[in-house]
Structure formats: structure tokens, C-alpha cells
Ligand binder design. Structure first.
Ligand SMILES: Cc1cc2nc3c(=O)[nH]c(=O)nc-3n(C[C@H](O)[C@H](O)[C@H](O)COP(=O)(O)O)c2cc1C
Ligand code: SF4
Length: 398
């Protein structure tokens, strides 16, 4: 089955093992008090240094980014397979649970994880509990696919909902539907907080709902949600406020923002960066940076060891003062450490690396990176829903 998902300023002083980011400094010996740090070896002094975002302490700077698993029940409920998937992946300082649908009609597949009813709460609380038990900060990404949502037809096959939802983006109709979406994000935030998540991430990237609104190519509305950048970004900022209101004082709110499209007529990098600044002004305490609809080739200098996604994160770091999560294409912890040293991002996400070897972070912490089963970047996982079919995963026993 093919679902997915292509695709869909902080001062840093490093001297003698003390690293100061923003407001706090950590000595390496202070690591011992953090859960999950028994036997830590400091081969990666930046990557394995704890990181504070407000009241939250991430025990290291490795992030497991959201990655849909399609392991849920048909109605989006958490399954045992989910619990096992996240239990096996513990080690990163922050784990952001996969794109979780805020409305059934906003899903990208029947078995996508959901947060659109109170029935989802119990399973999500167990998920958050497993992540906390592994010593990580627990985040969850809340998602609406917009015009790329799939719905079940009367013949029980799944097809794009574009005929209805594309009109949301293209025309002046159905502001009431936008209100429903905004309220659904707010309610989802309430459920996420009640389930025990520390960070709530709005999915604003990868060609989904907010990327569609931000893109002048896709957004042809003539009302206050289309036209100028301010209008195209209005829905995202309204949703951000609605989520922040529910989460206030109980969870941090962030956005995975697609800050540029590959198509020159799509979202320009300068507009994406302005949106990043607007989110910071709205109260975002951390920003997860990715692309909108495709990565502009121009962001990646020839010969760079870093992915286009990571260069986008670096661009965002130039304009915002909050910590930036970036990554993409990181297979080995050496490259993650180097990216932090080069100031590409403040936190590094490792997606397929952890899918291929769920013990990626633990092996890094224990100073045995040579035993990591590397992701071959074959990209199969972009096209299947069964992690056991990953060629690297087949070799993984931990
Ligand atoms: C199977 C799979 C599912 C994904 N699902 C999501 C998702 O739910 N939300 C999201 O923002 N990104 C998703 N992504 C993108 C990843 O979070 C990450 O940004 C991307 O894989 C690049 O990082 P990597 O090179 O370390 O894998 C997914 C990626 C994969 C491989
Ligand atoms: S080895 Fe292939 S299928 Fe497995 S995580 Fe890497 S890209 Fe995905």
C-alpha cells in the first residue's frame, strides 16, 4: 500500500567540556542525574549533553521525529504494536509520536493514529508513559492532511478527499469548515495534555494542510485565508493560538514548519522564515524545521555533508532565537555531532536511522556506534506500512 508522505539565535560557547546554550550551562558530570544515563560514554559531548527548553530537560539532543506507522486500529486507537515500537526506540532525549489525526476526514490512511475522540486518550496515555519510562521527553505531532487526506468510499476503498478539501484551500467557501479544523486542533491539544505529553507539535510541513495554505501555488482563496503571506499563514497561526490556549502551562507547543517549497511558484524561503518568526512571536518555545512541498535544491551547497532539510534548519536559526530541531539523512552519530558543532541546529532528529535500528540512540549513548545497523536510505519505508520489511531492521536484534 502506498500512503505517504513525501512528501509528501542562540549564543553558543564551548570551552573545556562546558556547553552553554541560551540560558544554562552543563558540566559533563551533571549528566549522571538524568534517567537513562547509566553507563554513558561521552564520545559525543554535544549530542549527549542535556538540553533545557523552559521547564523541560531533554537528557540528550537526539530527537526521534514523528513517523507514521499505520499500526493503529481502523479507528485510530493505539495498539500493542505501537507500544512496542516506541518502547524499542527509547534513548533519544525527545521522542515525538507520529503524525496523529485530529479529525477522521483529515487522515492519510485508515490505520493512522488518531486523537479525534476521547476514546483515544487511554492508549495515548500509555504511549506517553512508555516514552517517559525510557527517560525521554514525550512529544506528539497533531496532523490534518487537508487536500491530500484519504477517505473511505462506499466500496471500502480509500481515495483522496481532494474533491471536497481542495476547495477549502482553493476557494472562499467553507470558513465554517476551517473553524471545525481549528477547534479540532484545540481539542486534540487538550487530549494530548491529559494523556501526559510534554510537547505538542502542529504538523505544518510536507504538503499537508498548512503547507497547502502557505503555498501561493496551491492556495487560490480570495478571502482572508488567501493572497498575502499574512492571509496564507492565518489558519496556522489561529490553530497555534487555539492549541496554546489548551496547553497553557501544561505542555510546550511547537510546529514542524515547512519553510520552503521546491517549486519556485510555491512557498518562498523568505516567506517561510517570516512565518517561523511569527510563530516565535506567538509563543513557540522550539521550532522543528522541514520543507513544505519538496526541498528547494538551492538550499544545499555543493559538496555539503548535510541534507537540504538540515540546511533549511540552519536558515531558520538565522532568524529565530528559540532552539531549532533539524536533521535529515543522519545515519551515524559522528555526523550529528558535527552538525551541532557547525551550528546547523540545536537538536538533531534521526528518523530512518532509528527505524532501521531502534537502538541507534542507546548504542550512541553507550559509546558503541560501530554496532549501529545503518539505514541504507533505500527509501522503501516511504512506501510501506510494515516496519519489519525494512532490510536493515531484519538484521536488528536489540
Ligand atoms: C516511514 C516514515 C513516516 C514518516 N512520517 C512522518 C510524520 O508522520 N510526520 C512528519 O512530520 N514527518 C514524517 N516523516 C519524515 C521524518 O520525520 C523525517 O523528517 C524524514 O524521514 C527525514 O529524516 P531521516 O533522513 O532521518 O529519516 C516520515 C518519514 C518516514 C520514513
Ligand atoms: S533501510 Fe530503507 S526501509 Fe529501512 S529505514 Fe532505511 S530507508 Fe527506510
Amino acid at each position: 500500500m502506498v500512503f505517504f508522505v513525501t512528501t509528501p539565535v542562540c549564543i553558543r560557547i564551548i570551552c573545556s567540556g562546558v556547553h552553554i546554550v541560551g540560558q544554562r550551562a552543563f558540566s559533563q558530570s551533571s549528566l549522571k542525574k538524568y534517567p537513562g544515563y547509566k553507563g554513558v560514554k561521552m564520545n559525543y559531548p554535544l549530542l549527549l549533553t542535556p538540553f533545557h527548553i523552559d521547564r523541560l530537560t531533554l537528557p540528550n539532543r537526539i530527537v526521534m521525529p514523528p513517523m507514521v506507522t499505520f499500526l493503529a486500529e481502523d479507528d485510530g486507537l493505539v495498539t500493542r504494536a505501537h507500544l512496542e515500537h516506541y518502547r524499542r526506540s527509547t534513548g533519544p532525549g525527545l521522542i515525538i509520536v507520529e503524525g496523529t489525526a485530529v479529525l477522521p476526514e483529515g487522515r492519510i490512511g485508515r490505520r493512522q493514529l488518531g486523537i479525534y475522540s476521547d476514546r483515544h486518550g487511554e492508549g495515548l496515555a500509555r504511549l506517553a508513559g512508555i516514552i517517559h519510562a525510557g527517560g525521554a521527553v514525550a512529544g506528539i505531532q497533531i496532523h490534518h492532511a487537508g487536500a491530500t487526506a484519504l477517505v473511505e468510499t462506499q466500496r471500502r476503498t480509500w481515495r483522496h478527499y481532494a474533491s471536497i478539501l481542495l476547495r477549502l484551500v482553493k476557494q472562499q467557501i467553507m470558513v465554517s469548515a476551517l473553524v471545525r479544523i481549528r477547534e479540532a486542533f484545540g481539542t486534540a491539544a487538550r487530549r494530548a495534555v491529559e494523556a501526559g505529553f510534554d510537547i505538542i507539535e502542529i504538523h505544518g510541513a510536507h504538503g499537508y494542510l498548512f503547507s497547502q495554505f502557505l503555498s501561493p501555488l496551491k492556495n487560490r482563496r480570495m478571502d482572508r485565508y488567501g493572497g498575502s503571506l499574512e492571509n496564507r499563514g492565518r489558519l496556522l497561526l489561529e490553530v497555534f493560538r487555539s492549541v496554546s490556549l489548551e496547553a497553557e502551562g501544561r505542555a510546550l507547543v511547537t510546529c514542524r514548519l515547512g519553510i520552503a517549497d521546491s517549486n519556485r511558484r510555491g512557498l518562498a524561503l523568505s516567506d517561510g522564515l517570516s512565518t517561523a518568526s511569527a510563530l516565535e512571536r506567538e509563543g513557540a518555545r522550539v521550532l522543528d524545521v522541514s520543507f513544505g512541498s519538496g526541498i528547494p535544491a538551492s538550499v544545499q551547497p555543493e559538496g555539503s555533508p548535510y541534507s537540504g532539510r538540515l540546511h533549511l534548519a540552519h536558515e531558520a536559526k538565522r532568524v529565530v532565537g528559540i532552539p531549532v530541531i533539524g536533521g535529515g539523512g543522519i545515519r551515524h552519530p559522528d555526523l550529528a555531532e558535527r552538525a551541532l558543532r557547525d551550528g546547523m541546529a540545536d537538536l538533531i532528529y534521526v528518523g530512518r536511522g532509528i527505524l532501521a535500528d531502534p537502538a541507534w540512540a542507546r548504542k550512541t549513548i553507550e559509546g558503541r556506534p560501530e554496532s549501529i545497523i545503518p539505514c541504507s536510505h533505500c527509501r522503501y519505508c516511504f512506501h510501506f506500512t510494515d516496519a519489519s520489511r525494512c532490510p536493515a531492521r531484519r538484521q536488528t536484534s536489540e
